[in-house]
Design a protein around this ligand. Structure first.
Ligand code: HEC
Ligand code: HEC
Length: 271
């Protein structure tokens, strides 16, 4: 079969029109979604002030947001949902309360931020954390050389144990990011206490005279610790302030009942 000149021209013109339309369509689609995807609508004055704090103190010379910046200190894209605002407030006022240079390798300097500036920069980081990034980053990013503080790359999740325990372990290390605040090795304090020997700890807690919560057994105590961190705040160097735990309070909403069961099944292996 031979192609005539007229057919060739037809292909050319038809193809050009078709792909021009596709291009225009995609461009319009992108523009329609841009405001939603970049969340430029809810930029309040509070958030804007936070951005200028971020700039003024050169946070980006050490940290990254969405992978942009310097790789000296941890990425902060999702830090507000991972850590919770109460902890971040205390941390930024004086980072050395939480980490030591000897043990963790790198420290954030005390920047001398005012309470207002801390509040603003948290509002900014919270706004950043809500940008729809299609699930990126899939797990907390850590920086080589800086303290890993229990933020593992990928903890093997397969292998030993039943299915619930395996799923619970994956939640602990990845989706729920518990491991960014809790180590499971004895004596290793991150933001929160080490969970080594947790079952024994939990059994002891509910019998302590000072215990005010509602749990009567280890399992109940673990559920309560996750759903209502303020019910009992472990006394320690800097685990909470004014009776409020630094552990985020969103798990009651962000974990499904099945996920909570899996997580507790995993925690019950920490003997
Ligand atoms: C000179 C480098 C440097 C600068 C500048 C800096 N940081 Fe940091 N930051 C660090 C390091 C290092 C860590 C990790 C701390 C550790 O491991 O002890 C850190 C940790 C953090 C954390 C995480 C705490 C945690 O427990 O996960 C937050 C939040 C944070 N910085 C916010 C900020 C903000 C906001 C600014 C700017 C106002 C800023 N940082 C400026 C070096 C820096
Ligand atoms: C932002 C840091 C942070 C994150 C994230 C976090 N925790 Fe905690 N957690 C703490 C702190 C701080 C305490 C101690 C204060 C208290 O009792 O609430 C604590 C206490 C606990 C306790 C009680 C320990 C004891 O000795 O009685 C358990 C159990 C626990 N966390 C489990 C979890 C699980 C499971 C997750 C993930 C779903 C998680 N935590 C996520 C900071 C965190």
């Amino acid at each position: 079969m031979t192609v005539t000149k007229a057919q060739t021209r037809g292909f050319f013109v038809g193809g050009t029109i078709l792909f021009t339309l596709v291009f225009i369509g995609l461009t319009l689609d992108t523009h329609a979604k841009l405001a939603h995807r970049t969340r430029d609508d809810p930029v309040t004055e509070h958030v804007a002030r936070g951005l200028s704090v971020w700039g003024k103190f050169n946070c980006e010379n050490c940290h990254t947001l969405m992978g942009e910046g310097a790789y000296y200190a941890p990425d902060l894209t999702k830090i507000v949902s991972q850590r919770g605002a109460p902890y971040l407030k205390q941390f930024m006022a004086d980072p050395s309360q939480f980490y030591s240079e000897q043990e963790h390798g790198r420290l954030m300097p005390k920047l001398g931020l005012t309470e207002q500036q801390i509040d603003d920069v948290i509002a900014f980081l919270d706004w950043v954390g809500r940008i729809d990034l299609n699930g990126w980053p899939p797990r907390p990013i850590h920086v080589q050389g800086s303290s890993i503080r229990g933020i593992p790359g990928v903890e093997p999740t397969g292998g030993a144990g039943d299915l619930a325990t395996t799923r619970g372990k994956a939640l602990f290390y990845e989706q729920a990011a518990c491991a960014s605040c809790h180590a499971v090795e004895p004596g290793r304090r991150l933001v929160g206490p080490s969970l080594a020997g947790l079952v024994g700890t939990a059994e002891g807690r509910v019998k302590e005279p000072g215990y005010q919560g509602k749990a009567h057994s280890a399992v109940e105590y673990l559920r309560e610790s996750i759903l209502e961190p303020d019910a009992y705040v472990v006394t320690g160097p800097a685990y909470g302030a004014d009776g409020k735990s630094f552990m985020p309070s969103h798990y009651a909403k962000s974990l499904s009942p099945a996920q909570l069961d899996d997580l507790v099944a995993f925690l019950m292996t920490l003997r």
